[in-house]
Design a protein around this ligand. Structure first.
Ligand code: FMN
Length: 376
């Protein structure tokens, strides 16, 4: 009987489906709902020590729909981190852990470029009883003047320093959430892992402009007639997320064995999840999928992943984690492999045409075989 249960950085998860930081983990009430519906772990909406500086606007989402089916496949947001007071969050972490002692609760945290602030937020979240930490180094909009989020994650040297501050004091597993808005995702990955962090989570949203309204001529989402670039998520980003996870997984496999990877970006089905796991992820996170389908979507996702495992006789996630990484190579090598395959096919074909004895004549290649005998 196959199992979805998995242990990641010592955390025991009943399944690899994790609520990603965002609206689906925005207070104790909805976090409880996620555990009730069977999610493997929950990462809260990103918290910071001083929420008074966080002011959201409305509307803050814009969505892209398929021309044919009208289904939403792209989603831009200009939402900031949590605007709820840090003390409220600490109370709610305790409440959640009292009610769900076995539920894996991960605090997503973000701070300015300030060692004391980072070490304080780590210590206070740990005291409140969370099971692990995810460092949000990747929020693509808002607060850049405070050097928070992606402003930090885009710079490997700063990232390594900040991760080092965290690792000086952290007692729990620490994941670092990557921004995809960089040319080489391997660089911030190496910086975080060199600093001693236990895992990588990727990707956060992709910096985007969702579109321009052709009636009003205003870009979306429009706030008092204006907008600002936001973060793109949902099904449309999955190929980019898969590529980045593949690149991160290769760095982990070759340079930092034992560190973990949590894949994020457009995951809505168990078959989507299977692809991230095949490319080396230990867990998968879902944000926009829950906003589209509700917390219950985890049930069919779990069933679909188990069906995939049964089809291939995989009993545990470990049986196929990273299996498909071996099929990546360079383009130059693809050219060599194709030339070799074609030459082998031609040799086989030529061999088939050779008549050594009358029994070799074959109805399908009759004309070619006759021709070959004429050529000698
Ligand atoms: C509305 C919204 C709010 C988000 N807020 C956060 C956040 O506070 N912290 C964070 O690390 N990621 C945040 N994210 C990013 C998601 O966790 C996730 O990395 C991204 O959306 C890609 O996954 P998805 O396609 O499953 O949504 C947010 C995403 C959305 C759509």
């Amino acid at each position: 009987m196959s199992t979805l249960a998995t242990t990641v950085n010592g955390l025991q998860l009943p399944n690899p489906f994790v609520i990603a930081s965002g609206p689906p983990g925005t207070n104790a009430n909805v976090i409880g709902k996620a555990f009730d519906e069977g999610w493997g772990a929950v990462i809260c909406k990103t918290v910071s020590l001083d929420a008074s500086k966080v002011t959201n606007v409305q509307p803050r989402y814009a969505r892209l729909r398929s021309r044919e089916s009208n289904e939403i496949y792209g989603w831009e947001n200009i939402e900031l981190i949590s605007d709820r007071p840090f003390e409220t969050w600490l109370d709610e972490f305790k409440q959640v852990k009292d009610k769900y002692p076995d539920g894996v609760l991960i605090a997503s945290i973000m701070e300015e470029f300030n060692k004391d602030a980072w070490q304080e937020i780590v210590g206070r979240c740990e005291e409140a009883g969370v099971d692990a930490l995810e460092l949000n180094m990747s929020c693509p909009h808002g607060l850049p003047e405070r050097q928070m989020g992606a402003a930090m994650g885009e710079n490997p040297a700063i990232l390594e320093e900040v991760c080092g501050w965290v690792m000086e004091v952290a007692k729990l597993p620490v994941w670092v959430k990557m921004t995809p808005n960089v040319t080489h995702i391997e660089d911030p990955t190496r910086a975080s892992l060199r600093a001693g962090c236990n895992g990588i989570a990727a990707i956060n949203t992709i910096r985007s402009v969702l579109g321009v309204d052709l009636e009003t001529l205003r870009p979306e989402p429009t706030v008092e007639g204006y907008t600002t670039p936001g973060g793109y998520s949902c099904q449309a980003v999955m190929p980019i997320a898969l590529r980045m996870c593949m690149e991160i997984a290769i760095v982990i496999r070759d340079e930092f064995p034992g560190r973990t990877l949590s894949g994020i970006g457009g995951i809505e089905t168990g078959r989507d999840a299977a692809q991230f796991l095949l490319l080396g992820c230990d867990t998968v996170q879902v944000c926009t999928g829950v906003m589209k389908r509700g917390y219950r979507c985890v049930q069919p996702m779990k069933e679909q992943l188990l069906e995939f495992m049964a089809q291939h006789q995989f009993e545990t996630l470990e049986d196929f984690k990273g299996h498909s990484l071996q099929y990546f190579t360079t383009h130059a090598d693809l050219v060599v492999k194709q030339a070799e395959a074609r030459a082998a096919k031609k040799a086989e074909h030529d061999k088939k045409k050779m008549i050594q004895a009358d029994a070799d004549w074959d109805g399908d290649d009759f004309v070619d075989q006759s021709d070959a005998l004429a050529r000698g």
